[in-house]
Ligand binder design. Structure first.
Ligand code: B1M
Length: 212
């Protein structure tokens, strides 16, 4: 299985978007564990990209091609993660906050939540506070999930929570936050209902909050 991990990781790092589909399909056909594939090949590749970007070994265009390659890989896995479940475990609205275009982590969390039986509406990226509040009012989800990858966009999460409070909606929806720069302390400080470090934690938290 190691050769699959190394091959897929290298393909994402090198932005080989034409090769990724075949590589992921081969790994799946060989019975590779999907968690392994996601965590040790695809996510691990993005960590390498992040390090290279920090050291100015690569720049935004390379980061973008790697992201496209990763997304193609995830698309192959997506149908395999869906549980055969007729009854929804709960409804979730999910999006990336204003000023932030990162959506790979959000999309992955959505995939796993859907695979775990939740109904998830993807609001997209770069969401204004007003648009999030409007959607909460309109769709009345059990949970609102907010993602941020930039330290500069983290404060948007607090703004959304404050706006929900101002509109009298805060008590009607649980707010969950996540993304690489977020931690449990920040989640508590801004008055959210919880933080998920990764997709697995987000699912656990969503189950707990819906049951509460
Ligand atoms: Co950007 N970028 N980027 N980038 N980028 C980071 C985040 C950065 C850490 C890279 C670095 O410097 N090492 C850095 C942020 C620094 C900081 O704020 N401290 C950075 C920067 C600086 C930038 C730009 C400003 C660069 C520039 O233009 N000069 C720019 C900003 C654009 C903008 O958003 N306005 C930018 C642009 C981009 C691309 C567009 C090229 C591309 C994004 C493509 C896309 O998403 N469609 C990109 C990428 C790919 C990255 C890195 C390399 C990878 C991010 C990723 O997809 N990781 C990233 C470095 C890194 O993270 N190592 C970096 C894989 C993904 C599965 O993980 O998103 O963390 P993650 O999601 C995880 C968890 O965080 C969690 O679960 C997921 C699965 O485990 N999670 C949640 C996420 N959301 C959750 C929500 C939840 C619960 C859990 O509940 C609601």
């Amino acid at each position: 299985m190691n050769q699959h991990i190394e091959g897929i990781k290298a393909a994402v790092v090198d932005g080989k978007h034409k090769d990724i589909e075949a590589l992921v399909k081969n790994a799946v056909d060989d019975g590779m564990d999907l968690n392994d594939l996601i965590n040790n090949a695809l996510i691990a590749a993005m960590d390498v990209i992040g390090e290279k970007f920090s050291k100015s070994e690569i720049f935004v265009p390379e980061m973008l091609v790697a992201a496209v390659t990763m997304k193609k890989g995830l698309e192959i896995i997506q149908p395999l993660l869906t549980e055969d479940q007729t009854q929804s475990r709960g409804s979730i609205l999910m999006g990336t906050v204003k000023g932030d275009l990162h959506d790979i982590g959000k999309n992955l969390v959505i995939m796993i939540l859907r695979g775990s039986g939740f109904d998830v509406v993807d609001l997209g990226v770069d969401l204004s506070v007003e648009s999030v509040v409007e959607k909460v009012e309109e769709l009345k989800p059990d949970i609102l999930g907010l993602s941020a990858l930039l330290t500069t966009t983290m404060p948007e999460m607090k703004r959304v929570i404050e706006a929900l409070e101002a509109q009298g909606l805060r008590s009607k929806v649980k707010v969950v936050v996540g993304g690489a720069p977020i931690d449990a302390k920040f989640a508590e400080e801004i008055g959210s209902d919880g933080y998920g470090k990764d997709a697995a934690e987000a699912v656990q938290l969503a189950r707990k909050l819906v049951a509460a």
